[in-house]
Design a protein around this ligand. Structure first.
Ligand code: KMH
Ligand code: ZN
Length: 276
Protein backbone atom coordinates (compact mmCIF):
# COMPACT_ATOMS: atom_id res chain seq x y z
CA UNK A 1 0.00 0.00 0.00
CA UNK A 2 1.03 3.58 -0.56
CA UNK A 3 1.89 5.75 2.39
CA UNK A 4 -1.21 7.19 4.04
CA UNK A 5 -2.21 10.72 3.13
CA UNK A 6 -4.17 12.40 5.89
CA UNK A 7 -6.27 15.40 4.92
CA UNK A 8 -7.43 17.79 7.59
CA UNK A 9 -10.64 19.63 6.71
CA UNK A 10 -10.11 22.24 9.37
CA UNK A 11 -13.17 24.51 9.15
CA UNK A 12 -15.85 23.70 6.57
CA UNK A 13 -18.84 25.89 5.82
CA UNK A 14 -21.46 24.54 8.16
CA UNK A 15 -20.07 24.15 11.69
CA UNK A 16 -20.36 27.08 14.08
CA UNK A 17 -18.74 28.17 17.31
CA UNK A 18 -21.92 27.06 19.08
CA UNK A 19 -21.23 23.55 17.80
CA UNK A 20 -17.63 23.68 19.02
CA UNK A 21 -15.97 26.79 20.50
CA UNK A 22 -12.61 25.52 19.19
CA UNK A 23 -13.65 25.90 15.54
CA UNK A 24 -11.01 27.99 13.71
CA UNK A 25 -12.54 30.84 11.70
CA UNK A 26 -10.12 33.73 11.11
CA UNK A 27 -7.03 33.54 8.90
CA UNK A 28 -4.78 33.39 11.95
CA UNK A 29 -6.87 30.70 13.59
CA UNK A 30 -6.91 28.69 10.36
CA UNK A 31 -3.11 28.99 10.22
CA UNK A 32 -2.76 27.67 13.78
CA UNK A 33 -5.13 24.81 12.97
CA UNK A 34 -3.24 23.98 9.77
CA UNK A 35 0.08 24.02 11.66
CA UNK A 36 -1.27 21.71 14.37
CA UNK A 37 -2.79 19.37 11.79
CA UNK A 38 0.46 19.14 9.86
CA UNK A 39 2.45 18.59 13.04
CA UNK A 40 0.09 15.72 13.87
CA UNK A 41 0.58 14.11 10.45
CA UNK A 42 -1.66 15.81 7.88
CA UNK A 43 -0.29 16.28 4.36
CA UNK A 44 -3.28 18.14 2.91
CA UNK A 45 -5.32 20.98 4.38
CA UNK A 46 -8.80 21.22 2.88
CA UNK A 47 -9.74 24.86 3.34
CA UNK A 48 -12.95 26.83 3.67
CA UNK A 49 -12.90 30.44 4.83
CA UNK A 50 -15.30 32.68 6.71
CA UNK A 51 -16.05 36.39 6.69
CA UNK A 52 -15.79 38.77 9.66
CA UNK A 53 -19.09 37.46 11.02
CA UNK A 54 -17.91 33.87 10.81
CA UNK A 55 -20.22 33.15 7.87
CA UNK A 56 -18.98 30.96 4.99
CA UNK A 57 -17.51 32.94 2.10
CA UNK A 58 -15.67 32.12 -1.13
CA UNK A 59 -14.32 35.64 -1.49
CA UNK A 60 -10.72 35.72 -2.74
CA UNK A 61 -9.81 38.23 -0.04
CA UNK A 62 -10.48 35.74 2.73
CA UNK A 63 -8.72 32.95 0.88
CA UNK A 64 -5.69 35.15 0.18
CA UNK A 65 -5.50 36.12 3.86
CA UNK A 66 -5.73 32.48 4.91
CA UNK A 67 -3.15 31.32 2.33
CA UNK A 68 -0.75 34.02 3.55
CA UNK A 69 -1.24 33.20 7.23
CA UNK A 70 -0.83 29.47 6.59
CA UNK A 71 2.37 30.09 4.60
CA UNK A 72 3.67 32.41 7.32
CA UNK A 73 3.12 29.60 9.82
CA UNK A 74 5.59 27.52 7.82
CA UNK A 75 3.01 24.95 6.72
CA UNK A 76 4.35 22.68 3.97
CA UNK A 77 1.14 20.70 3.50
CA UNK A 78 -0.82 21.00 0.26
CA UNK A 79 -3.48 23.65 0.77
CA UNK A 80 -6.62 22.58 -1.06
CA UNK A 81 -9.31 25.28 -1.11
CA UNK A 82 -12.94 24.28 -1.50
CA UNK A 83 -14.87 25.16 -4.63
CA UNK A 84 -17.96 23.76 -2.95
CA UNK A 85 -18.36 26.63 -0.54
CA UNK A 86 -21.79 26.41 1.06
CA UNK A 87 -25.03 25.16 -0.48
CA UNK A 88 -26.81 27.97 -2.32
CA UNK A 89 -23.70 29.87 -3.45
CA UNK A 90 -23.40 30.68 -7.16
CA UNK A 91 -20.79 29.05 -9.40
CA UNK A 92 -18.97 32.37 -9.88
CA UNK A 93 -18.76 32.83 -6.13
CA UNK A 94 -17.54 29.29 -5.51
CA UNK A 95 -14.80 29.13 -8.12
CA UNK A 96 -12.89 32.19 -6.87
CA UNK A 97 -10.07 30.42 -4.98
CA UNK A 98 -8.97 28.61 -8.18
CA UNK A 99 -7.76 31.96 -9.50
CA UNK A 100 -5.22 32.04 -6.66
CA UNK A 101 -3.47 29.07 -8.38
CA UNK A 102 -3.47 26.63 -5.45
CA UNK A 103 -1.84 23.24 -5.98
CA UNK A 104 -5.20 21.50 -5.58
CA UNK A 105 -8.87 22.38 -5.18
CA UNK A 106 -11.98 20.34 -4.53
CA UNK A 107 -14.27 19.62 -7.50
CA UNK A 108 -17.71 18.39 -6.50
CA UNK A 109 -18.96 15.81 -8.95
CA UNK A 110 -22.72 15.97 -8.77
CA UNK A 111 -25.81 17.37 -7.12
CA UNK A 112 -27.02 15.93 -3.82
CA UNK A 113 -29.37 16.48 -0.94
CA UNK A 114 -27.33 18.22 1.74
CA UNK A 115 -29.32 18.17 4.95
CA UNK A 116 -32.48 20.13 4.27
CA UNK A 117 -30.99 21.86 1.21
CA UNK A 118 -29.71 20.88 -2.22
CA UNK A 119 -26.03 21.25 -3.11
CA UNK A 120 -26.11 21.88 -6.85
CA UNK A 121 -23.30 20.63 -9.07
CA UNK A 122 -24.64 20.13 -12.57
CA UNK A 123 -22.44 19.05 -15.46
CA UNK A 124 -22.01 22.56 -16.93
CA UNK A 125 -20.78 23.80 -13.53
CA UNK A 126 -18.45 20.83 -13.18
CA UNK A 127 -17.05 21.39 -16.69
CA UNK A 128 -16.52 25.09 -16.02
CA UNK A 129 -14.64 24.37 -12.79
CA UNK A 130 -12.58 21.56 -14.37
CA UNK A 131 -11.57 23.78 -17.29
CA UNK A 132 -10.62 26.60 -14.96
CA UNK A 133 -8.48 24.22 -12.89
CA UNK A 134 -6.89 22.69 -15.97
CA UNK A 135 -5.96 26.11 -17.39
CA UNK A 136 -4.26 27.00 -14.13
CA UNK A 137 -2.56 23.67 -13.41
CA UNK A 138 -4.70 23.13 -10.30
CA UNK A 139 -5.16 19.43 -9.49
CA UNK A 140 -8.80 18.60 -8.69
CA UNK A 141 -9.84 16.36 -5.84
CA UNK A 142 -13.00 14.70 -7.17
CA UNK A 143 -15.60 14.84 -4.39
CA UNK A 144 -18.12 12.01 -4.77
CA UNK A 145 -21.04 11.74 -2.37
CA UNK A 146 -23.16 9.37 -4.46
CA UNK A 147 -22.37 6.57 -6.96
CA UNK A 148 -23.50 8.66 -9.95
CA UNK A 149 -20.89 11.24 -9.06
CA UNK A 150 -18.14 8.81 -10.01
CA UNK A 151 -19.79 8.34 -13.41
CA UNK A 152 -19.91 12.15 -13.77
CA UNK A 153 -16.19 12.40 -13.00
CA UNK A 154 -15.43 9.73 -15.60
CA UNK A 155 -17.50 11.67 -18.11
CA UNK A 156 -15.32 14.73 -17.48
CA UNK A 157 -12.26 12.53 -17.88
CA UNK A 158 -13.57 11.22 -21.22
CA UNK A 159 -14.14 14.81 -22.32
CA UNK A 160 -10.43 15.49 -21.66
CA UNK A 161 -11.04 17.89 -18.78
CA UNK A 162 -9.16 16.07 -16.01
CA UNK A 163 -5.49 15.25 -15.39
CA UNK A 164 -4.15 11.77 -16.20
CA UNK A 165 -4.00 10.78 -12.53
CA UNK A 166 -7.39 10.93 -10.85
CA UNK A 167 -7.78 11.46 -7.12
CA UNK A 168 -11.21 10.95 -5.55
CA UNK A 169 -12.65 11.80 -2.16
CA UNK A 170 -15.52 9.48 -1.27
CA UNK A 171 -17.70 11.33 1.20
CA UNK A 172 -20.24 9.22 3.06
CA UNK A 173 -22.85 10.13 5.63
CA UNK A 174 -24.03 13.58 4.57
CA UNK A 175 -27.69 13.67 5.71
CA UNK A 176 -29.76 13.08 2.58
CA UNK A 177 -26.95 11.40 0.65
CA UNK A 178 -25.29 7.96 0.63
CA UNK A 179 -24.96 6.65 4.22
CA UNK A 180 -21.58 5.85 5.76
CA UNK A 181 -21.12 2.10 6.12
CA UNK A 182 -18.59 -0.49 4.94
CA UNK A 183 -20.76 -1.81 2.10
CA UNK A 184 -21.22 1.65 0.61
CA UNK A 185 -17.53 2.52 0.91
CA UNK A 186 -16.43 -0.70 -0.79
CA UNK A 187 -19.12 -0.30 -3.45
CA UNK A 188 -17.90 3.20 -4.26
CA UNK A 189 -14.25 2.13 -4.30
CA UNK A 190 -15.18 -0.69 -6.68
CA UNK A 191 -16.51 1.87 -9.18
CA UNK A 192 -13.22 3.82 -9.35
CA UNK A 193 -11.03 3.47 -12.43
CA UNK A 194 -7.78 1.48 -12.24
CA UNK A 195 -4.86 3.57 -11.04
CA UNK A 196 -6.95 6.21 -9.29
CA UNK A 197 -6.15 7.16 -5.71
CA UNK A 198 -8.86 7.84 -3.17
CA UNK A 199 -9.53 9.36 0.19
CA UNK A 200 -12.52 8.47 2.35
CA UNK A 201 -14.46 10.87 4.51
CA UNK A 202 -17.05 9.77 7.06
CA UNK A 203 -19.35 12.51 8.29
CA UNK A 204 -20.25 12.91 11.96
CA UNK A 205 -20.04 9.83 14.15
CA UNK A 206 -18.85 7.76 11.18
CA UNK A 207 -15.57 9.63 10.89
CA UNK A 208 -13.32 7.11 12.61
CA UNK A 209 -15.05 3.99 11.27
CA UNK A 210 -14.68 5.12 7.67
CA UNK A 211 -11.06 6.13 8.37
CA UNK A 212 -10.25 2.69 9.75
CA UNK A 213 -11.76 0.97 6.72
CA UNK A 214 -9.86 3.21 4.38
CA UNK A 215 -6.53 2.68 6.11
CA UNK A 216 -6.99 -1.09 5.79
CA UNK A 217 -8.25 -0.92 2.19
CA UNK A 218 -5.42 1.14 0.72
CA UNK A 219 -7.27 4.44 0.67
CA UNK A 220 -6.38 7.71 2.31
CA UNK A 221 -8.20 9.50 5.13
CA UNK A 222 -9.87 12.83 5.74
CA UNK A 223 -10.81 14.06 9.19
CA UNK A 224 -11.39 17.49 10.65
CA UNK A 225 -13.99 19.84 12.06
CA UNK A 226 -15.71 20.18 8.66
CA UNK A 227 -16.79 16.56 9.01
CA UNK A 228 -17.17 16.21 12.77
CA UNK A 229 -16.67 18.61 15.65
CA UNK A 230 -16.50 15.65 18.06
CA UNK A 231 -13.60 13.54 19.23
CA UNK A 232 -15.76 10.80 20.71
CA UNK A 233 -19.45 10.30 21.45
CA UNK A 234 -20.53 13.41 23.38
CA UNK A 235 -16.95 14.75 23.60
CA UNK A 236 -16.06 17.81 21.55
CA UNK A 237 -12.67 17.79 19.84
CA UNK A 238 -10.01 20.12 21.23
CA UNK A 239 -8.53 20.73 17.80
CA UNK A 240 -8.20 19.39 14.30
CA UNK A 241 -4.74 18.22 15.30
CA UNK A 242 -6.27 15.97 17.95
CA UNK A 243 -8.38 14.20 15.32
CA UNK A 244 -5.41 13.88 12.94
CA UNK A 245 -3.18 12.54 15.73
CA UNK A 246 -5.57 9.66 16.40
CA UNK A 247 -5.48 8.61 12.73
CA UNK A 248 -1.68 8.86 12.76
CA UNK A 249 -1.51 6.59 15.82
CA UNK A 250 -3.86 4.04 14.27
CA UNK A 251 -1.88 4.04 11.01
CA UNK A 252 1.33 3.58 12.96
CA UNK A 253 -0.05 0.61 14.89
CA UNK A 254 -1.42 -0.85 11.66
CA UNK A 255 1.99 -0.47 10.00
CA UNK A 256 1.11 2.09 7.34
CA UNK A 257 3.58 4.98 7.26
CA UNK A 258 2.28 8.50 6.83
CA UNK A 259 2.89 10.49 3.66
CA UNK A 260 4.73 13.72 4.11
CA UNK A 261 3.44 16.67 2.08
CA UNK A 262 6.04 15.93 -0.61
CA UNK A 263 5.14 12.22 -0.58
CA UNK A 264 1.54 13.30 -1.15
CA UNK A 265 2.60 15.53 -4.05
CA UNK A 266 4.33 12.53 -5.65
CA UNK A 267 1.41 10.17 -5.03
CA UNK A 268 -1.12 12.64 -6.44
CA UNK A 269 1.10 13.69 -9.38
CA UNK A 270 1.10 17.31 -8.32
CA UNK A 271 3.70 19.14 -10.38
CA UNK A 272 6.59 20.63 -8.46
CA UNK A 273 6.45 24.38 -8.25
CA UNK A 274 9.27 26.74 -7.55
CA UNK A 275 8.86 28.50 -4.22
CA UNK A 276 6.81 31.63 -4.90
N1 KMH B 1 -20.04 22.70 2.23
C1 KMH B 1 -20.58 21.76 1.31
C2 KMH B 1 -21.92 22.25 0.79
C3 KMH B 1 -16.27 20.97 -0.93
O1 KMH B 1 -15.58 21.52 -0.09
O2 KMH B 1 -15.92 20.90 -2.13
C4 KMH B 1 -19.68 21.47 0.17
C5 KMH B 1 -18.32 21.06 0.49
C6 KMH B 1 -17.60 20.36 -0.59
O3 KMH B 1 -17.77 21.29 1.53
ZN1 ZN C 1 -15.31 21.22 2.00
Amino acid sequence: MDKLIITAAICGAEATRSDNPNLPLTADELAVAAREAEDAGAAIIHLHVRDERGEPSQDRRYFDAAFAAIAAAGVRAIVQPSTGGAAGMSADERVQPVDANPEMASLDCGTLNFGDTIFVNDLPLMREFAVRMRERGVIPELECFEPGHIANALRLRDEGLLPDHLHFNIVLGVPGALPANPDNLLFMVGRLPAGASWTATGIGRHQTTIALLSIASGGHVRVGFEDSVYYARGVLADSNGQQVARIARIAHEYGRPLATPDDARNLLCIPKRSAA
